[in-house]
Write a protein that binds this ligand. Structure first.
Ligand SMILES: NC(=O)c1ccc[n+]([C@@H]2O[C@H](COP(=O)([O-])OP(=O)(O)OC[C@H]3O[C@@H](n4cnc5c(N)ncnc54)[C@H](OP(=O)(O)O)[C@@H]3O)[C@@H](O)[C@H]2O)c1
Length: 229
């Protein structure tokens, strides 16, 4: 496959904070065209300003849109919505026509704590794909790192591996290129989408949740999970 076409815009749903924004900033710095999606347009515009300030002229194009606007203008979309699976389902259903047929790079982490019977039976990405209920090229990656690692890139001579799972080979190659162009990260193919459930086990998102749940239910964090950020 040819190199990622840099004239194409990459959308972030959302790109207003957290991992979506950190990835947007890195890719803006690497010269890609970026659309920052946000429910609150003011927050998306503020993120655009911050990223512009950080990367200067390296980024040829970066603008703010609402989620539907960002999704409709791009063929490659990072999906980084926090919250519960029900909240993600609602947003995905609202964006069904904008996301249909697109490459969706899924960095979200579902919670299994409310329904532990799902452990090992499915994956965040399968749940998101089912929620979208329209064909799309789903790729799973980036959920295995904390956002702090993106903000303080690992040294280039000792890169951090990012495992990529997906069934569509073009979409997988695009996701890999968008990893390899970031200093300190190296993509590794982890197999088809059916292997994405293994990545859920490596995802810090649910570890953070254990942290919070333990703290809330016991009055203090007695579970020993100390990975929160
Ligand atoms: N943070 C990490 O280190 C990390 C690493 C790997 C994967 N992940 C996964 O990536 C996903 C995002 O996590 P995050 O920590 O990046 O999130 P975050 O920083 O908590 O939130 C990102 C943005 O999402 C917006 N948002 C919240 N609810 C929304 C909704 N219903 N519709 C549209 N936008 C909404 C927030 O806006 P408001 O503030 O206005 O609500 C915020 O600007 C999660 O599934 C997480 O498990 C996170």
């Amino acid at each position: 496959m040819a190199d990622f076409d840099k004239s194409r815009k990459i959308a972030f749903l959302p790109g207003t904070s957290g991992i979506g924004r950190a990835l947007a900033k890195n890719l803006a710095g690497a010269g890609f065209k970026i659309l920052i999606g946000g429910v609150k347009l003011g927050e998306a515009k503020a993120a655009v300003k911050d990223i512009q300030k950080a990367v200067g002229s390296a980024c040829p194009f970066i603008e703010a849109r609402d989620l539907a606007g960002a999704a409709s203008e791009s063929k490659v979309i990072f999906f980084a919505l926090p919250g519960s699976q029900d909240e993600r389902k609602e947003v995905l259903q609202q964006l069904q026509s904008e996301l249909k047929g697109k490459t969706i790079i899924d960095v979200t982490t579902a919670s299994y704590l409310k329904d532990e019977s799902k452990w090992g039976q499915t994956s965040t990405t399968h749940m998101n794909a089912e929620a979208l209920a329209a064909p799309a090229k789903w790729v799973r990656c980036w959920n295995t790192v904390f956002v702090g690692l993106l903000e303080n890139s690992p040294p280039p001579d000792n890169p951090h591996n990012i495992i990529v799972c997906g069934d569509d080979q073009d979409a997988v190659l695009q996701a890999k290129q968008l990893i390899d162009c970031q200093q300190g990260f190296k993509a590794l193919y982890g197999g088809g989408l059916k292997y994405a459930k293994a990545l859920d086990l490596l995802g810090p998102g649910w570890i953070v949740e254990l942290d919070h749940n333990a703290a809330n239910s016991m009055g203090s964090n007695l579970a020993g999970w100390r990975f929160g950020i």
